[in-house]
Structure formats: structure tokens, C-alpha cells
Design a protein around this ligand. Structure first.
Ligand code: SAM
Length: 288
């Protein structure tokens, strides 16, 4: 009976019953039970997105897996919990036999990621940041569920209260947009906070950085001192950014920028400042 259901129509509560286990919040298991929400999620991929291979992280009972199988040629789902991975293999045996579904039992932070063309996931919240930053460099469209507060920080623009390290780092890779806020009543068990779906469309940033790793570390360092001026933040965080000579960077940087605070520095300005830091802040800076 379960195997003959057409993709896209499985009932969330029935899937949880068949999985034989309720979600355990200690293992990030908040399952979507509002099928109006689940039905909308694949539609947040843009029309132009390549749906030949969609990756899902954290399949759980499989309600989103089911909806993705209705729109993708192939789905790969990664699930860490052995009970739910076994359930997914059983529930979607037909799709596996037809070579339309791959179930990877493992930790999404450790397994090799497949060569997917898009990723759509209701992420495990305690690892959502790390997972997102594994996905962002893949250069594919992402539709990801996060805690609302995290999502707001991710999409914030310079000058907004939520603008910070997360905004600059995520927007380095993609245009980020909240496409739907999701109440906690859409999940079982209910998380304590609201959630939000974010669409992340890959694109090159409007600036170039010679050393991406340093740029991201520098931004992280400066935002640890977000109440300080950029001048003091550069000086106080050399142990994080790894600068040998923070004073030389301050001497070389733009005076106006040095007097501002991180929350008012746009990503392109951070990129220019990071370039100044690379050119002046290391012992071998002038050695070519
Ligand atoms: C928020 S639930 C989403 C389940 C399902 N997709 C849904 O929307 O109802 C997150 C799922 O990720 C799994 N999970 C937690 N940490 C994981 C990890 N590090 N790697 C892979 N799966 C993980 C949990 O077991 C759980 O099934």
C-alpha cells in the first residue's frame, strides 16, 4: 500500500506512524506535519533551477522526500538516524528500485555530498549553520528551513540590526531571501521558536577577494568587536584574523572607514579592507 502511493501525496502523520518512532527534539527531529507548508516548499526553487538531482538533508519520516520525488528526476536524501534511514529505504523502495532515490545513512557534516543540482531541506537546527556553509560553495540553488532568527541574520542588509558576520558570509556566495515564515505549529514535536524558509541563489559577489579564506576569517574577527570602531576592531582581533601587523593595516586603511562600526560596513567595503590587510598586515606582505 505504502509503496504504490504516487509521489507528492503521502500524508505526514501516516508517514510518522509508519516510521514507528516519534521525533526526538534532542536529535533535531521536528517533523513537518502541515502538508500545506510541505506542498509549497519545492515551488520555492526558481523555474530555471535544474531539478535533475535534488539533495535533501535530514529526511526523517520522508514527507519532503515524497514531495521532492514528485518534481525531481533523482533525489538523494541523507539521514543520520538509523531508524529513519531504514524507514526511508522501506517506504520508498519503489523509487530506490527505479534508481530515482538514493538514501545515504550518515552525518551530513561528514559524508561525501553527491553531485546535486539543487538542495531542498528542513535542516537539523543545531547543525544548520555548518551544513549551510558546506552547501553554499557548491554553487547550486538552495531552499533551506532555519530558525527564524538565524534566517533574519542571514538575509540582513548593511545597516540593519541583524546584519553581521552571518549576513556577509552567506551573501558572499548567494542572494539570500526569506520566502516563507513557518509557525512552530507546522511541526511535531513543535520547536520552541518560529522557522523560516530561505532561498539562496548562487552568484558571484559584486567584489573580488584574492584570499577568500582570509576574507571570511577577517569578517568573523571584526564582528566579534561590533561595538568598537573598525580601527580598534582590527587592532583587537589580530589573534583571530591572524594579522602579523594590525597597526600597519590601520595606517593603510581609509580614515572614514576606520571610524565606523562593523554593522555599517558593506560587504564590498569589507572586501577592500581585507585586501588592504593582505597587502600590509603580514610580515611577508612586501616580499611579493
Ligand atoms: C528537522 S528534521 C526534518 C525531517 C523531515 N525532512 C521533515 O521535514 O519532516 C531533521 C532531520 O535531520 C536528521 N539529522 C539530524 N542531524 C543530522 C545530521 N548531522 N546529518 C543528517 N541528518 C541529520 C534528523 O534525524 C531529522 O530526521
Amino acid at each position: 500500500m505504502t509503496r504504490s502511493e504516487s509521489p507528492g501525496s503521502r500524508d505526514p502523520d501516516a508517514l510518522i506512524r509508519r516510521a514507528g518512532d516519534r521525533g526526538n527534539p534532542d536529535f533535531d527531529q521536528h517533523f513537518l506535519v502541515d502538508d500545506r507548508v510541505v506542498d509549497r516548499i519545492p515551488g520555492y526553487l526558481p523555474d530555471t533551477a535544474d531539478r535533475s538531482h535534488i539533495l535533501e538533508i535530514g529526511g526523517g519520516p520522508g514527507v519532503l522526500t515524497d514531495r521532492l520525488l514528485a518534481v525531481a528526476d533523482h533525489v538523494t536524501v541523507i539521514e543520520r538516524d538509523p531508524t529513519f534511514a531504514a524507514h526511508l529505504r522501506e517506504e520508498f523502495a519503489d523509487a530506490i528500485d527505479a534508481d530515482r532515490l538514493t538514501v545515504i545513512e550518515g552525518d551530513a557534516l561528514e559524508v561525501d555530498l553527491p553531485d546535486a543540482t539543487a538542495c531542498v531541506s528542513n535542516l537539523p537546527y543545531s547543525a544548520s549553520s555548518e551544513i549551510a556553509f558546506r552547501l553554499l560553495p557548491l554553487d547550486i540553488p538552495l531552499v533551506l528551513m532555519f530558525q527564524q532568527e538565524f534566517a533574519e541574520r542571514m538575509v540582513a542588509a548593511v545597516g540593519e540590526d541583524d546584519y553581521g558576520r552571518l549576513s556577509v558570509s552567506a551573501q558572499h556566495y548567494a542572494d539570500c531571501e526569506i520566502v516563507e515564515s513557518v509557525p512552530n505549529t507546522a511541526f511535531d514535536p513543535q520547536p520552541a521558536v518560529q522557522s523560516a524558509l530561505v532561498r539562496l541563489m548562487p552568484r558571484k559577489p559584486e567584489y573580488t577577494v584574492a584570499d577568500e579564506e582570509f576574507f571570511l576569517r577577517f569578517v568573523k574577527a571584526i564582528f566579534t568587536q561590533r561595538r568598537k570602531t573598525i580601527r580598534n576592531a582590527i587592532r583587537n582581533t589580530a589573534h583571530i584574523s591572524g594579522l602579523d601587523d594590525a597597526d600597519a593595516v590601520v595606517d593603510a586603511a581609509d580614515e572614514d572607514l576606520l571610524g565606523r562600526r562593523a554593522g555599517n560596513v558593506a560587504p564590498a567595503e569589507f572586501a577592500a579592507l581585507a585586501q588592504t590587510a593582505v597587502e600590509h598586515g603580514f610580515d611577508d606582505s612586501d616580499d611579493g
